[in-house]
Design a protein around this ligand. Structure first.
Ligand code: FES
Length: 167
């Protein structure tokens, strides 16, 4: 496969994103069928808790994607916290929750606007959509460059050592 880059800036960014999404270790996360639990009532509204995994089954910085009919939800673990997002990228509907997990990358630019390369930002962990590389902060679901572009959130419930996502 041959890539032709016409602008130095585009070359650097495009190559960077290409490598980030498709390195040898990157693979699509498996989708599990969710098992339904009894419906509950929360604030007067009937909700369903879908079983996701046992606490400890999801490694730190990993995720489990569950399906309930056409609805797919990715449940991510960061430390002791869990975050759930619909597996539907706001860009073009790609399986965003099955992409690669990486820390945010900053380009280091000095006062003279000279680039000094890239650095990882440990505080911000991103999921990268495997289709076109849109990134979203796993804690907020927000695209780092466009705050109106965001994932659809679901609540996570941890009960008796089990993790559920509430739909
Ligand atoms: S569908 Fe996710 S980046 Fe395009």
């Amino acid at each position: 496969m041959i890539f032709i880059f016409t602008q130095p800036h585009a070359c650097r960014i495009t190559r960077w994103h290409f490598l980030r999404r498709f390195d040898a270790k990157s693979s699509f996360a498996e989708i599990f069928s969710a098992s339904r639990t009894a419906q509950n009532v929360s604030k007067g509204v009937a909700v369903t808790d879908l079983f996701v995994a046992k606490v400890g089954d999801i490694a730190d910085r990993d995720r489990r994607v569950v399906a309930d009919g056409d609805l797919e939800i990715g449940v991510f673990r960061l430390g002791d916290d869990y975050f759930a997002w619909e597996n539907n990228c706001p860009h073009m509907g790609g399986p965003v929750c099955q992409g690669k997990v990486m820390n945010r990358v900053n380009e280091v630019i000095d006062d003279g606007k000279k680039s000094h390369g890239f650095e990882f930002v440990d505080a911000d962990v991103h999921i990268i959509c495997p289709w076109h590389g849109f990134e979203f902060n796993i804690r907020t679901g927000v695209h780092p460059g466009e705050s109106s572009t965001r994932l659809t959130k679901y609540d996570v419930v941890v009960r008796d050592g089990d993790i559920y996502v509430r739909t």
